[in-house]
Design a protein around this ligand. Structure first.
Ligand code: CP
Ligand code: NVA
Length: 301
């Protein structure tokens, strides 16, 4: 049976750990300049209904490095933009390609694509989840701290990144504290499910409470793609949730500063912190490539 990568929740702890281990090996191989082409002759279709820099480039380069090929398909330039259904698109693409990555709005779209595709589907971000990002962030924490079962404070919007962090915390035993403004909490069902299944997740409205003693301080934009019209109003609400020098003071000494990027410098994160010695944001961006290569090899190899 084909497997998909739609949510970290769908994979077992062992599968996720194996992906991290494999990503470490693939990164080392790449750094040694050793070629490794398990996907020769294979193609990944990449459907983008939202913009992207990291996801697009890391998947495309990752496929190339693994010996395969990636196709960029924007919804405007395919028949999807003219109303061809996701189900029919899934059926057709499955006749040509060996895997499909999609970045879209409704999470249901990702699920429907996976349901009708006969090839593996990867969620490259939906309004609900961003699993490739968080698996790769856990990899970065492991790489930097030698352990990922640490205290992570996520400060800001309870968005797709926060939701995937909750799933990541459940699966990988990460102690997660989320500080979100009232009304901007993460998805309730995802949080309740994680808590019922024993995840160490604390939700607060107080960024200081979340940051105190944390080994990782993490943030994301205050208005995600698709929420541009709320940007102005969100600036006011989220002001107390900025990742700045004062907040970093409360974290554990040497705590990592993380951001999935793109950043709105001066809004959710200050230049001082993002460009400071504790920031690992660009290593974090690089690791998307290595972790996604492990995912591609697992699903399509
Ligand atoms: N972090 C991330 O997914 O970046 P892009 O939107 O540039 O792909
Ligand atoms: N929460 C952000 C993440 C971007 C990678 C968004 O959805 O726009």
């Amino acid at each position: 049976m084909k497997r998909d990568f739609l949510s970290l929740y769908d994979l077992s702890k062992e599968e996720l750990k194996a992906l991290l281990e494999r990503a470490k090996e693939l990164k080392a191989k790449q750094k040694r300049g050793e070629g490794w082409r398990p996907l020769e002759g294979k193609t990944l279709a990449m459907i983008f209904e939202k913009p992207s820099t990291r996801t697009r480039v890391s998947f495309e380069v990752g496929m190339y490095q693994l010996g395969g090929h990636a196709l960029f398909l924007s919804s405007q330039e395919t028949q999807l933009g003219r109303g061809e259904t996701i189900a029919d698109t899934a059926r057709v693409l499955s006749r040509y390609v060996d895997g499909i990555m999609i970045r879209t709005f409704a999470h249901r779209t990702v699920e429907e694509l996976a349901q009708f595709a006969t090839v593996p589907v990867i969620n490259g971000l939906s309004d609900l989840l961003h699993p490739c990002q968080i698996l790769s962030d856990i990899f970065t924490i492991w790489e930097k701290l030698g352990d990922y079962q640490v205290k992570v404070a996520y400060v800001g919007d309870g968005n797709n990144v926060a939701n995937s962090w909750i799933n990541g915390s459940l699966k990988m035993d990460v102690e997660l504290r989320l500080a979100c403004p009232p009304g901007y909490e993460p998805d309730r069902r995802i949080l309740e499910r994680a808590l019922e299944e024993g995840a160490k997740v604390l939700l607060t409205h107080d960024p200081k409470e979340a940051a105190r003693g944390a080994q990782v301080l993490y943030t994301d934009v205050w208005a995600s793609m698709g929420q541009e019209s709320e940007h102005q109003q969100r600036l006011e609400v989220f002001k107390p949730y900025q990742l700045n020098g004062a907040l970093l003071e409360l974290a554990a000494p040497g705590a990592l500063v993380m951001h999935c990027l793109p950043a709105h410098r001066g809004e959710e994160i200050t230049d001082e912190v993002m460009d400071g010695p504790q920031s690992v944001v660009f290593d974090q961006a690089e690791n998307r490539l290595h972790v996604q290569k492990a995912i591609l090899e697992w699903l399509m190899g």
